[in-house]
Design a protein around this ligand. Structure first.
Ligand code: ASN
Length: 333
């Protein structure tokens, strides 16, 4: 029988009605009581580690979760973390970088409807998470709506639908069918040889995300410099472009890079890769020293930049980190 640690952090899955709407309240023991079928198949320990709506989960919580996972990893076959869905993709991505060379499953799951309510998806999502642990996949993944998604490829795309998450520019890790879990990829880590697990939890939170609009005022970049941001993620247009007519953003980007600020650019399009070499409006960014985000999700880029800036102050090393695939977050080449 597999040994599993269930960690709860809050979210809708554990929510009850409060005076101002849904608030997380239900404890891990009560959650397990509602899953009698799990008890017979797994040896489960559980801990309530946080009690937050995931809108309140921030980098400090990612570090705390990573520490608890690290302390317990050797004792269990897998760890399941219940979490609010709204920022689950950020937490999953951040954990993918912090928990280096994971050789066990760390599965996040949650729900669109609280576990005590009619039509809840909580039980099914938890069952999928336990089934994922049973398959011995390696790495951080999200179990939701019968799908197992690499944690650093997941994006929340629906506010209400049960299929709230999609796997962006990457196939599912696994899927639940009537005959059980089909696993398509056991190891989310791209390295051929398994290096020893280690926790690298340092993060720099001085990262800003800017979504361009037609007519973005270039002066915003001066303000970001004044505010001492060390990393900026730009969601640019289409395959990769930004305006330089009338409101020219390029000199401002040059200035930021000269000041040692790392800028990573991706597309506002959810699907498929960005390629800033395709158009003149993109090449100008590359000439400034902007790092291409390739086919990474915005969530995976923001968290990777926080993590990279936590590891080094050298902009060249940040670029090298973005030229490395740690957990299947990027397609290189
Ligand atoms: N479905 C959910 O879990 C949404 C909730 N607001 C959360 O992210 O904590």
């Amino acid at each position: 029988m597999k040994k599993v640690l269930l960690l709860t952090t809050g979210g809708t899955i554990a929510a009850r009605n409060g005076e101002q709407g849904l608030v997380p309240d239900i404890k891990c023991q009560d959650i397990l009581e509602m899953l009698p079928e799990i008890k017979g198949c797994f040896e489960v320990d559980s801990q309530d580690i946080l009690n937050l709506d995931s809108s309140n989960v921030q980098p400090e919580e990612w570090q705390y979760i990573a520490e608890i996972v690290t302390e317990n990893l050797a004792l269990y076959d897998g760890i399941i973390i219940t979490h609010g869905t709204d920022t689950m993709a950020y937490t999953a991505s951040a954990l993918s970088y912090m928990l280096q060379n994971l050789d066990k499953p760390v599965i996040l799951t949650g729900a669109q409807i609280p576990i005590e309510k009619m039509f809840t998806d909580a039980k099914r999502n938890l069952q999928a998470a336990f089934a994922a642990v049973n398959t011995d996949i390696k790495g951080v993944a999200i179990a939701f709506d019968d799908k197992i998604i690499n944690g650093c490829r997941a994006v929340k795309v629906r506010t209400l639908g049960f299929n709230a998450f999609e796997s962006i520019s990457a196939p599912y890790v696994g899927e639940v069918y009537a005959d059980g879990m089909h696993v398509y990829r056991k190891d989310m880590h791209p390295a051929k040889e398994q290096k020893p697990f280690c926790l690298k939890k340092e993060l720099c939170t001085d990262v800003f995300l800017l979504k361009l609009i037609p007519g973005t005022n270039p002066e915003i970049f001066d303000r970001l410099l004044d505010m001492k941001y060390r990393g900026i993620v730009i969601e640019a247009f289409g395959a990769g472009g930004t305006h330089f007519e009338r409101r020219n953003l390029i000199p401002k980007l040059h200035k930021l890079v000269e000041n040692g600020i790392s800028i990573v650019a991706c597309s506002q399009c959810l699907y498929e890769k960005s390629d800033f070499s395709m158009y003149e409006v993109g090449q100008k960014l590359l000439e400034c020293g902007v790092i291409p985000g390739r086919d990474m999700t915005t969530e995976a880029i923001v968290t990777k930049l926080m993590w990279a800036l936590g590891q080094t102050k050298d902009p060249q090393k940040i670029r090298e980190i973005f030229d490395t695939d740690y957990a299947g977050e990027v397609t290189l080449g």
